[in-house]
Design a binder for this molecule. Structure first.
Ligand code: IMP
Length: 191
């Protein structure tokens, strides 16, 4: 079956195609010639994922899914959450985003946090389903590691000694929010 992944991020496409094997063919928006950025104007991760998936379903009338991820920090009342991409400013810089988190957490004892991914899947009949993946952990005092992207250098997953930015992509995907949400979607597709 061919399924559209409503993303323009080629890394995410490789990630899920690796996990899913050759049972399904995943096409990205770039494969379909759609280069405009999709709107994410909702107040929740689920809402944004649905907004993107509905846009793509309306356009192509094919099974499709979209994802949205946020870093939720306990002592910041769940911030940056749905604003994760642009927390430090509209330029969407990973450095400014991390610096703002580190500044806001200065002197705070509770550094518990989680990454949460919501995936909205719409099948050929137009039925909508949401899958969620959570990775719990803590925010480090400073950036550690060079790999990955986003907040990886300041996030240490629970039960591990390394930050996400010190892990190989495979090791990260095995425990990550997005990896878990993808697994749930893949299990559903295999039924
Ligand atoms: P998106 O919904 O996947 O585009 O994620 C929104 C924002 O969350 C990104 O711009 C990153 O700042 C952050 N983010 C998402 N996934 C990860 C991750 O696996 N590691 C670190 N940061 C992430």
């Amino acid at each position: 079956m061919q399924i559209i992944f409503a993303t323009q991020n080629p890394n995410k496409l490789v990630e899920i195609q690796n996990q899913i094997g050759d049972q399904h063919e995943i096409k990205s928006l770039l494969d379909l010639g759609l280069t405009e950025e999709l709107e994410e104007t909702q107040e929740t991760l689920e809402g944004n994922a649905l907004q993107k998936a509905r846009f793509v379903f309306k356009k192509f009338k094919q099974a499709c899914f979209a994802d949205d991820t946020g870093l939720e920090i306990e002592s910041l009342n769940g911030e940056p959450g749905v604003f994760s991409a642009r927390y430090g400013g509209p330029e969407k810089s990973f450095e400014s985003n991390m610096n703002l988190v580190l500044d806001k957490l200065k002197g705070k004892q509770n550094r518990s946090a989680q990454f949460r991914t919501a995936i909205a899947y719409i099948n050929k009949q137009g039925e909508e389903l949401i899958f969620e993946g959570v990775c719990r952990g803590e925010i480090l005092e400073e950036k550690v590691g060079e790999k990955g992207f986003g907040y990886d250098p300041i996030f240490k997953p629970e039960g591990h000694l390394k930050s996400f930015a010190e892990m190989t992509l495979n090791a990260k995907n095995e425990i990550s929010h997005r990896g878990l949400a993808f697994s749930k979607l893949i299990y559903h597709l295999s039924k």
